[in-house]
Ligand binder design. Structure first.
Ligand code: CS2
Ligand code: MN
Length: 371
């Protein structure tokens, strides 16, 4: 299991590579280019520049998150052809730079959606939180208005301010797109992308929708085991794989994450895992919590156990963490709590490892005695 850490680049991230390097067990950075507009091909030169910056600190750049997908692809518009060609070129360029896994998502319009970016917990830490009622009562027009007035940009994952004007027209366009249409548009994309990924030895790893249900009336399909199964079967190849994100899928208590993880590990469709915890309330609200199992609703021990049982050789990263110890950073992406998340996960992993080593040694000494 390779330990990774998401980093947004020296212009966009208050966490430095030097500090990330000090996290025990760290192997690589999950990175991306943030100055290429969605839909354009990523220039090889810029990818190599990012790679050199990271490798010169002794870290790898094996995983990219995310190469975002242009809305025209998700909408199934004729202009998608151009954006799909650009995406293919990006895959080829990333492969040239030695990248192994590309994480992406297929959520219309928004990436993760929350109603509070700094909800205070009783211990004084702050977390990202979601109020079901607040989302259900938000009309799309109102959202656009709120966003236009919000200058810090943090509440708009994936939304550059200059694209805000497109929001209204996107809501209109998506009102014509059903979930079945979205499945069709994903299939169309995969059919053209996966052969290129195969050729280039890259594994595409689709991230689940966060939260895994429709928001603001927009269709969402990457939401549960059944749909994940349908998607990996659309183009049956290890290149057509998944990012299993425990916090995203886990916001729906009907999703049994360890079970889903085991199922797709068995099928070799999990090159990348996001591990985090989330605390779910009965009314459908949720908030993020520390990684520790007892702090949230997800059993992280069972998740790490599943990875260990399958001798997971892929990549994982801690996902969002709390903001603690006065750190000022991008919500969800501070250094301290995510580093503690890594230590908790490695603690679970190491104890499983020790136990299986011990069992192996006991078995072989039994064999010797029996002979
Ligand atoms: C995060 C996302 O919501 C989450 O769990 O990990 O920001 C994720 O990085 C993107 O949706 C992947 O494309
Ligand atoms: Mn995630």
């Amino acid at each position: 299991m390779k330990v990774n850490f998401r980093w947004f680049g020296h212009q966009n991230d208050s966490v430095s590579l030097e500090h990330i390097k000090q996290i025990p067990g760290i192997n690589g950075i999950v990175g991306a280019l943030y100055d290429v507009p969605v839909g354009e091909a990523w220039p090889l030169e810029n990818i190599l520049e990012l790679k050199n910056e990271i490798t010169s600190r002794g870290l790898n750049l094996d995983v990219i998150e995310s190469v975002n997908i242009h809305e025209d692809i998700k909408l199934g518009l004729p202009t998608r052809e151009l954006y799909i060609r650009n995406y293919q070129e990006t895959i080829r360029n990333l492969a040239k730079a030695g990248v192994k896994v590309i994480c992406y998502n297929f959520m219309p319009v928004f990436d993760w959606t929350r109603t509070d970016l700094a909800k205070e917990l009783p211990d004084g830490s702050t977390v990202l939180a979601y109020s079901k009622e607040q989302i259900e009562n938000s009309h799309p027009d109102l959202i656009v208005e709120q966003m236009e007035n919000d200058s810090n940009g943090f509440s708009l994952p994936g939304w550059e301010p200059e694209r805000l004007s497109q929001l209204k027209s996107l809501f209109n366009l998506y009102s014509q797109v059903s979930e079945e249409d979205l499945f069709d548009n994903l299939r169309y994309f995969l059919e053209q992308i996966i052969p290129v990924a195969e050729e280039e030895n890259i594994r595409m790893a689709l991230h689940p929708d966060d939260p895994p249900w429709s928001v603001f009336g927009l269709p969402r399909i990457v939401t549960n085991k059944e749909n994940l199964e349908r998607i990996v079967n659309m183009v049956d190849s290890p290149a057509n794989s998944l990012t299993i994100c425990s916090g995203s899928l886990g916001a729906n208590p009907n999703n049994n994450i360890p079970e889903i993880l085991r199922y797709f590990l068995k099928r070799d469709r999990v090159p990348f895992v996001h591990i985090r915890n989330v605390k779910i309330y009965e009314n459908g609200d949720f908030e993020e919590s520390s990684h520790r199992s007892s702090d949230g609703s997800i059993n992280l021990y069972e998740i790490v156990k599943a990875l260990h049982d399958y001798d997971f050789k892929g990549y994982f990263r801690p996902d969002h963490g709390r903001m603690i110890w006065g750190e000022v950073a991008r919500p969800g992406y501070g250094l301290y709590d995510r580093a503690m998340g890594i230590m908790y996960i490695l603690g679970l992993w190491d104890s499983l490892e020790q136990r299986s080593e011990k069992e192996k040694a006991e078995r072989s000494s039994e064999n010797v005695t029996n002979q």
